[in-house]
Ligand binder design. Structure first.
Ligand code: NAD
Length: 498
């Protein structure tokens, strides 16, 4: 990309942020909250205010749900191929404005522009294309072979789907939610996280530009306790998908259950990496190191518990410390930043509080890091990487910290390490590292979670199912053909022949 193109993209993002208030998007119109409330979004790299956003209340959420209800009949009656065309056009517009979106995402999340572009924006655009193509190639009606009856099973869209998402990957978590729902013919009301709504609002602009009909996509920015609560409790929903912490997930699932609304829960994790001695030490250290550094470790499925075989423990710990000591901690403006700021001062304090508690409970630091300041960026929310070790019942070995931290433990026995991995209440994703593929597959399948990776961690692809079990969620996960079917209700149609 040329310097001029990049300057232009930054200027477009600047103009977007400079609005006195960034409004809600309801029924194809941009409007402030009815009660005039707003909230501020901050830039993690510097702590400065980035934008002022309209803060939806229950009345705004209700208007959005009613708009989505009104838009549903026409949208669901469209030919699947016509909906797919719009999803492809949205992906086209995202790719055209990729640098604007990446600029917003990197400023809002604290990561570098190249990381936001490659990992967030371009991968998100692909997701709209995947579900557009999947919808056009999936046959949904099938005859049922019954005596004396002409019967079939068909699938119809559910209606209005609500989405509540967290702040750690807004573009990606938006597409993982709304793309299958829209492709299947549902209309959506989306509540982004109050800490990171910017790229999602810009996406709504693009959806409007490429011609999504009014009311098909509605974005209600606001606080969790207000807009999120109102959406979760709305009886006009036909489905709700929640991504976030198990604590909030329980509230959303309870609200949905009271209204008998089916729900999908994509929750937290405490991913394990099991490392056997037959590995390339340097390569593994770099890959596991990057797993806790990318997105500042704020990735639900990342490798936060490292079980290292005794025979390679010292070598791998030493290579990991060496790699992490050299990680470039920096602001979103530095393209070479490998570890950006965490999302907020609150998140930084939460991480530091876990580290303090872990040390009080007897953990030993292998690499001392934690909350830190960078010269000239004293108000940014920086945390340098941490490796610690200790007993398996330490709070840092059990709870989700959501920062650049890994808890390291030695092991010697395969069955024993599998039991330790499975002692977690979470069940999102784990990895196993070994050149012995028989062993790797054996261990991968015995670890209880939605996803097991071999010689890699954090592997995502459209068509590869991704989801959790136990405290990590329920409801079929995301990114697969099954996800598309989750947004359809099966029904039988029958004609007796006598
Ligand atoms: P969170 O649960 O605090 O918030 C998530 C969303 O819920 C936000 O939009 C928030 O405004 C909203 N919310 C808060 N209170 C609410 C309420 N009472 N009713 C309805 N909505 C409410 O989570 P977070 O701190 O934003 O995100 C981090 C968590 O998300 C971590 O646990 C992480 O592992 C998880 N996560 C999971 C996945 C996955 O795919 N499984 C992906 C990303 C993040």
């Amino acid at each position: 990309m040329t310097a001029t193109a990049q300057e232009n993209a930054i200027a477009v993002a600047d103009a977007f942020l400079a609005q006195s208030e960034i409004p809600l998007y309801i029924n194809g119109a941009w409007k402030p909250a009815r009660d005039g409330k707003t909230f501020e979004v901050r830039r993690p790299s510097t702590g400065e205010r980035l934008a002022t956003i309209s803060s939806a209340g229950a009345a705004d959420v209700d208007e959005a749900v009613q708009a989505a209800r009104s838009a549903f009949p026409a949208w669901s009656d469209l030919d699947t191929r016509d909906r797919a065309v719009l999803l492809h056009r949205l992906a086209d517009a995202m790719e055209r404005d990729q640098d604007v979106l990446a600029s917003l995402e990197s400023r809002n999340i604290g990561k570098s522009l190249p990381e936001a572009l490659d990992f967030d924006i371009l991968f998100a655009a692909q997701g709209y294309r995947y579900f557009a193509d999947l919808a056009t190639h999936t046959t949904l009606s099938r005859p049922l072979p019954l005596a004396n009856m002409e019967a079939s099973q068909v699938h119809r869209p559910r209606g209005v789907c609500g989405f509540v998402i967290p702040w750690n990957a807004p573009s990606i978590l938006t597409v993982w939610g709304i793309a299958p729902a829209l492709a299947a013919g549902n209309t959506v009301v989306l509540k982004p996280a109050e800490l990171a709504p910017l790229s999602v609002i810009y996406l709504a602009r693009l959806a409007e530009e490429v011609g999504f009909p009014s009311g098909v996509i509605n974005v209600v920015t606001g606080l969790g306790s207000e807009a999120g609560d109102a959406l979760a409790n709305h009886p006009g929903l036909n489905y709700i998908s929640f991504t976030g912490s198990p604590q909030t997930g329980k509230l959303v699932a309870e609200a949905a259950a009271r209204n008998l609304v089916p729900s999908k829960m994509e929750l937290g994790g405490k991913g394990a990496a099991v490392i056997f001695p037959d590995i390339d030490v340097k390569d593994t250290a770099e890959k596991l190191g990057m797993a806790i550094v990318r997105n500042a470790g704020q990735t639900c499925c990342t490798a936060t518990r490292w079980f290292i075989h005794d025979d390679v423990y010292d070598d791998l710990v030493s290579a990991s410390v060496d790699f992490l000591e050299r990680i470039r901690l920096g602001p979103d403006t530095d393209h070479a930043t490998q570890l950006g700021a965490v999302i907020s001062e609150g998140q930084r304090s939460r991480i530091q509080s876990y580290l303090d508690q872990g040390l009080e409970q007897g953990a030993t630091p292998l690499l001392e890091g934690g909350a830190t300041q960078l010269p000239g960026l004293e108000n940014g929310y920086y945390v340098s990487p941490v490796l610690m070790t200790g007993r398996p019942d330490n709070v840092c070995a059990r709870e989700e910290i959501f920062g650049p931290v890994a808890y390291v433990m030695p092991f010697s026995d395969e069955a024993d390490v599998i039991e330790q991995v499975n002692s977690s209440h979470y069940g999102l994703a784990n990895s196993v590292w070994s050149e012995d593929l028989n062993r790797a597959y054996r261990v991968a399948e015995r670890m209880v979670s939605g996803n097991s990776w071999i010689n890699a961690h954090n592997v995502f692809a459209y068509g590869l199912p991704y989801g959790g079990v136990n405290l990590s969620g329920w409801g079929g996960g995301v990114n697969s053909q099954q996800t598309y079917l989750d947004y359809l209700r099966p029904m039988s149609v029958v004609r007796p022949l006598t």
